[in-house]
Design a binder for this molecule. Sequence first.
Ligand code: EPZ
Length: 433
Amino acid sequence: MEETIKKEKFVIKGLSGKKTLNGSVKISGAKNVVLPIMASSILFEDGFTATNVPEIEDVKRMGELLEQIGIGVEQRNKNIYSFKIGKKFNTELNRDISKKMRASILLTGPMLSRFGEVYFPHPGGCVIGKRPIDLFVNGFKKMGAEVRDENDGYKIFTQKGKLNGAEIFFNLQSHTATETFLMAGVLAKGKTILKNCAMEPEITNLADFLVTHGAKIKGAGTSTIEIIGGGLLKDKKIEYVTMPDRIETGSFLILGALSAKKLIIEKCNPDDLEVVINILKESGVRITTSKNEIIVENNNPKQIFNGVNIKTHEYPGFPTDLQAPMTIFLTQAQGESTMFETIFEGRLNYTENLVRMGAEILVWNPYKIEIKGPRKLKGKKLESPDIRAGLAFIIASIIAKGESEIDNVYYIDRGYENIEEKLSKIGVNIKRI
Ligand code: EPZ
């Protein structure tokens, strides 16, 4: 049963710019890969077990959606879940849950290619932009489906109960659209060619997982992906190990640069964050990396970071999900920096709260801001508008002088596992009330 969303808040005592955090943090499994992996359970004749699954709200919501479709979801242990196809199915996605999570749209591809129909409400999620779904509607039509726009949702179905493979050119590189049609192609009749695909590491990871279960997928991680329909093999008994969350990794890397004497980030994959590591190093941050570890340290307390101009961009460019945490970094960098958000309109709205805390930010237009630094921040009462700005407010509160309150921590819990334990362990004074 879905828990009612608790209105909790974090209270954080700031370090007034001192760099005293110390220790290590273990990165959890990636939210944005485990959600499509969970959705792919609809493609299986049997099921599979996933490990290193982050215990976050979005995973619980996706589990609830799957249960209501007819997939058995069982938590075997902490961070270990198994998924098993059931006997009867419901092809209507739960409205309340879908409205809370944009990633519910990932279910449409597997459901259409498995059951030949799906009803889903216009998906909700963060307030970072209007979140259109034209790429999905146009793609399913190309694969032979009909789309009926009902009250505030869509009924999509195919007369023959199957999708036909098709050639689809995405007008925009879309992370979840690429994943959705990659999964749809696995059970579609014939070959599906996807062009102008997104190239995030989560997409490659999803494709690799499905290929180990017999899917015929080529080109994941490049802009053209080819899928030959034909289904998945049974009884492959291969466990899926969730890849590390590169956005959580980047968030802790930025926090470490701003507030740690030395921070060891474990169980991560530095290769997924090259652009972030390069930019921070060029700004003057001391970072060393090894296979599954990143170490950031501030030996020289007088160290200043040079301002940088950043533009968010599809992978492998600067990730939009690290735009807000990085803006906090820029408020502490020397001189003038700019942040140009090219993916989502509305994803810079949080900056007015930073100005309230003492940052000097000039809004050029809804996509571009100029930040002058370094500026001392003062603790304030804040409300997290979305998952990533919520984490950015945590970082800002930690470097600020005085106490901050961050409301609406449900958003932060959507994307970060045990965040207050991880922060307390390295020396942050944070309480959840
Ligand atoms: C994924 O969202 C992530 N979510 C987002 O992370 C991330 O911010 C985003 O990719 C960009 O990296 C998951 O993977 C579950 P898009 P997605 O489709 O796929 C436009 C987080 O905090 N677009 O790549 O929904 C869209 O408006 C979340 O973890 C259309 O125009 O993003 C945006 O401008 C937030 N029509 C652009 O494409 C469509 O049909 C890229 O969005 C679909 C998208």
